[in-house]
Design a protein around this ligand. Sequence first.
Ligand SMILES: C[S@@+](CC[C@H](N)C(=O)[O-])C[C@H]1O[C@@H](n2cnc3c(N)ncnc32)[C@H](O)[C@@H]1O
Length: 388
Amino acid sequence: MSISYCQLSEHIISSRDGIVKITFSSPVAGAEYPKITVRPVDIKSGQVWQAERFRENKVYHLNVKQDEAARYFESLAEEYRQIAVFLGGETETYSRSGSGFKCKKSGNSMKAPTAASKQNNRQKEYILKEGDNIPALVDLGVFTSDFRVVNSKYDKYKQINRFIELIDDAYNDYRGEDITILDFGCGKSYLTFIVYYYFVKVKGIRARIIGYDLKADVVENCNKIAEKYGYGDLEFVVSDVTKDVLYDRKIDMVISLHACDTATDYALWYAVSRGVKNIFSVPCCQHEINHSIKRGGELDVFLKYGIVKERVSALLTDTMRAMILEDYGYAVDLLEFVDLSHSPKNIMIRAKKCKKISDKNLAAIEEMVNKYSIEQTLYRLAKEDRAH
Ligand SMILES: C[S@@+](CC[C@H](N)C(=O)[O-])C[C@H]1O[C@@H](n2cnc3c(N)ncnc32)[C@H](O)[C@@H]1O
């Protein structure tokens, strides 16, 4: 027996409590996404269907409210030929047949979701929650006017929340003086605004924060937003962090989130050379080693295939950075910053100054640099420093 698009949509909605997930695959020509997975989740504002739409290794999220679900599922039924509804103990697979769908049932081992597992944990764990009154985030396009996360900004929202969580680990008990923070390659400055909000509004600590970026129009817009909300100690400056004169008095923290390529090295060096206490840096586009590395030893096998070479070079870059920071007296962790599905650039270098300068890693780094003809900016800056 065949069922219509409407009946299928109604069946999905009425089975909500038993559904683990639904997958939509085998799209018709012109469908925007090759595959979509939808799950029922409960968020603060109520029940929604959360869709993950997959395209070219990226995931795009969308929350569909209950009263919009019928239309949404009908439109998906028109666009996909294969729909699998995963229930507690079985899977219903619907295949397009004429103007409707035919159903085949099969057993599976997936457990029905408990109320707890259906709670959308993005609500539970974050320091900054949807619904928090942070108007600057509305101006920046991360929140809607009623302080919900804009769907296309969900990955960024997740990243800045995680960043704040890690800063919070370091500053949770902080009762000290005012602090000064520099953000290298701040871009549209979602993170910079949130760090300011966290210290000043959440913790009640006076924080002076300066964001640096090359882009004059973006910097101008950020300054306007800071001014609009009376964020007096938050400032943005057009600068090339690789060569311009930057703030040079007491600095407590340096942060960077996806500052391109060697901009991260200059951020790290700026912090190291001034003995800045805390560094939180998530690098990206680590091109330098990938472009310079030559065959020379045991690592040669990783240089054979372009994609592997690129990834190994990025990992080598961040390993060298961490080792150099250690030599400059920092305790360093490399952490998974967010899940790979939210950003492929997902390693954070977290460093805290707590020891004396040493050269315990220098010889190993030098050997590697020479063996594989590596060029690496933080290493070069450190070497120039040691030569003086
Ligand atoms: C990928 S964006 C990240 C922006 C922001 N931190 C975020 O995560 O949303 C990288 C930013 O670094 C800036 N940037 C790159 N090289 C720079 C340099 N040498 N000096 C200052 N900013 C730089 C770019 O203009 C860009 O806005």
